[in-house]
Design a protein around this ligand. Structure first.
Ligand SMILES: *Cc1c(COP(=O)(O)O)cnc(C)c1O
Length: 433
């Protein structure tokens, strides 16, 4: 009894509500006491390999001393100050360093604090820009099964899907088209042509190279390019949501580098602070920015958050960028990519898998147990516990397993992950009764 009262998970249950969790049926949460490198250390002495970078945020490993120190230094100097009417060195330095590295001709950075707010800011930029040019337009164009966040604008611009079903009646208008997945390029293109018959689209928002939360499905890049250039011709604002793909996940620093047609607006979060702090930004080109210039405050971008440009977030982002741009980080990313490719070669065409892909540092494996419920299927629970039993943290999307490790992951840790995957291919296997 005494022990139970002190158990963190039990205390948690009395006061806390977790994200994307059915609190009635969920297992007790796993209490974490510390984390280092690619490992998460639990209260019960177990350690887990963080094979999903803690929901895609961690880049260089947990508790990286270089980033930790940069934050501590900044905290002792200036922890936060309002950003309306004030500025500070870390905010300016980060923008100066990042802008030249961004795809497109980005000239301005607008800070916020998470992926959803980065998307909200982008939507407001696009709405204001289009209103100035061609009057009010009410509709956003997006891909089916895309994911742009959980605030209302971000939900609306993800289109109607199972994640946001309870809120469908509350979302502004969107037109959804199929993403150009291999094999459905033509369907996708003709849906786009149809969508463009409507005249009230203010923006196209897209994850540049693949659907992330929508199943880690990569596009045919050529088809994507063709679509982007058609949309660009219609003077619709292009918003690239690189909240997941940014900072080298797919190989290049940003996935939009893979496309000839560059966005007008770019959203970044998740990996931006190396996984240390909630931080985000929306970058735009001069044409978007200048639409908001006038003598009237009403024409300004009427948006802001209390923690806009938080100096600690900026300091973490600068430190994380230092690490990211170092030659050894590039080597690590190439190495992870090569190892994924070797693994893929051995298993491609296996009877139990529908699809296996190596996308930069991300390995994706879709099992043939496709349930109509996808994300909500119980196969994914079985898959998660198979890995958890082997000391590996994964979070499959339905029957799709993906590995998105921090760049510091060791060969030995990768081997452990690969052999846990291999077990799922062997027969008999508990996952396939
Ligand atoms: C996670 C994600 C978001 C939302 O970011 P949050 O920080 O969770 O609000 C937006 N877009 C994409 C592509 C994402 O993967």
């Amino acid at each position: 009894m005494e022990r139970e009262r002190h158990c963190l998970a039990v205390r948690d249950q009395k006061t806390l509500w977790h994200p994307y969790t059915q609190m009635k049926t969920a297992n007790l949460p796993l209490p974490v006491v510390s984390a280092k490198g690619a490992k998460i250390h639990l209260e019960d002495q177990r350690s887990l390999i963080d094979a999903i970078s803690s929901w895609w945020v961690n880049l260089h490993g947990h508790a990286h001393p270089y980033i930790a120190e940069a934050i501590a230094k900044q905290a002792n100097k200036l922890e936060h100050v309002l950003f309306a009417g004030f500025t500070h060195e870390p905010a300016v330095s980060y923008a100066e360093r990042l802008l030249p590295k961004l795809p497109g001709s980005m000239t301005k950075v607008f800070y916020s604090d998470n992926g959803s707010t980065a998307v909200e800011s982008a939507l407001k930029m696009a709405i204001g820009h289009q209103r100035r040019r061609s009057g009010e337009k009410l509709r956003v164009l997006c891909f089916q099964n895309s994911f742009h966040g959980d605030t209302f604008g971000a939900m609306a611009s993800s289109g109607k899907n199972l994640f946001n079903k309870p809120f469908w009646s509350y979302l502004f208008r969107s037109t959804m088209i199929a993403p150009p997945l291999p094999g459905q390029e033509e369907k996708s293109f003709s849906m786009l042509q149809n969508a463009l018959l409507e005249d009230d689209i203010f923006a196209f928002i897209y994850e540049p190279a693949l659907l992330g939360a929508g199943g880690m499905k990569s596009y045919c890049l050529q088809a994507m390019n063709r679509m982007l250039s058609l949309i660009r011709k219609r003077d619709i604002t292009l918003i690239a949501d690189e909240v997941m793909t940014g900072f080298g996940r797919l190989g290049p620093l940003f996935a939009s580098e893979l496309m000839d047609v560059k966005p007008d607006i770019l959203c970044l979060s998740k990996g931006i602070s190396g996984g240390f702090l909630p931080f985000a930004l929306t970058a735009c080109n001069e044409s978007i920015y200048s639409s908001f210039l006038s003598d009237d405050l009403q024409d300004a971008l009427l948006h802001g958050h209390s923690y806009t440009a938080n100096p600690l977030g900026c300091a973490a982002a600068i430190a994380s960028l230092d690490l990211l741009l170092s030659p050894s980080c590039q080597q690590r990313r190439n190495h992870i990519r090569d190892r994924h490719r070797q693994f893929l070669k051995r298993w491609i065409g296996h009877a139990r898998i529908q699809r296996i892909e190596a996308l930069g540092t991300i390995l994706v494996l879709e099992y043939k147990e496709e349930s109509p419920l996808g994300y909500f299927s119980s196969f994914k629970e079985a898959l998660s516990s198979h890995f958890l039993d082997r000391g590996i943290l994964v979070r499959p999307l339905g029957s799709t397993l993906y590995i998105m490790p921090p760049y510091c992951i060791s060969d030995d840790e990768l081997d452990q992950i690969y052999s846990a995957i291999e077990e799922t291919m062997e027969s008999p296997c508990a996952l396939f009764p």
